[in-house]
Ligand binder design. Structure first.
Ligand SMILES: Cc1ncc(COP(=O)(O)OP(=O)(O)O)c(N)n1
Ligand SMILES: Cc1nc(C(=O)O)sc1CCOP(=O)(O)O
Ligand SMILES: [Mg+2]
Length: 210
């Protein structure tokens, strides 16, 4: 099983109590990785929110990934960082984080995919599979065929992100992609645990036999 299989990216609009509830319930439902994504809070709140969810994730052995900020990841001793194309360059991040931490990079074009083959990263986020209201500044939409082609030419794990929900999940999972990252399908569910279990069941039943 890939550690990226069902990857929750948190909703930065949710207050601390909601964040803790969503992460607790998503872990109960079987998420395999959690990224804390903060776009509005200051660095103190970012660290506070990371420390609030960290014990829940540690108890369940679910890695905590910090979005954008290597300093926050180092401060809380998170398991890794996810960087975009305008965040800290990956060589600098790898130098600061050391060889063991998980480092992910968003890939928004075929040229970036080619360049990523030579970078010291653990996985890429294929940005974005479909347009999504959760992040409106995505540069390119890979679609199902782009995802399949990327899987054919890139050797490290690929995480699909953007506009993935219950009704299009099976097709994405059937490509054999290593991970599926979701914000709203988990964070905005009425019953987070049940939604997570159900998403995971779709992923596992859609995978081609090895
Ligand atoms: C798993 C994953 N993939 C892509 C992204 C997007 O990162 P980025 O391009 O840096 O955009 P922001 O999330 O920082 O707005 C991601 N966060 N996670
Ligand atoms: C955080 C993020 N990054 C993306 C990218 O394509 O780089 S899309 C995205 C948000 C995904 O939200 P939802 O699952 O609600 O569509
Ligand atoms: Mg970023």
């Amino acid at each position: 099983m890939s550690p990226y299989e069902l990857y929750l990216v948190t909703d930065d609009n949710q207050d601390l109590d909601t964040l803790v509830r969503v992460v607790t319930q998503a872990v109960a439902g079987g998420v395999t990785m959690v990224q804390l994504r903060e776009k509005h809070h200051d660095v103190r709140d970012f660290i506070r929110r990371a420390r609030a969810i960290q014990p829940i994730l540690k108890a369940a052995n679910v890695p905590l990934i910090i979005n954008d900020r290597v300093d926050v990841a180092l401060a809380v001793n998170a398991d890794g960082v996810h960087l975009g194309q305008s965040d800290m360059p990956v060589h600098d991040a790898r130098y600061l984080l050391g060889p063991e931490k998980i480092l992910g990079l968003s890939i928004e074009s075929w040229q970036q995919l080619e360049e990523a083959k030579h970078l010291p990263i653990n996985y890429i986020g294929l940005s974005a599979i479909y347009p999504t209201p959760t992040k409106t500044n995505t540069q390119y939409h890979w679609g199902l065929n782009g995802l399949k082609e990327a899987l054919a030419v890139y050797d490290k794990p690929i995480v699909a992100i953007g506009g993935i929900r219950h009704d299009n999940l099976a097709d994405i999972a059937a490509t054999g992609v290593h991970g599926i990252a979701l914000v709203s399908a988990i964070s905005h569910a009425d019953n987070v645990t049940q939604a997570t279990r159900s998403l995971k069941a779709v992923i596992q039943s859609s995978r081609l036999p090895a």
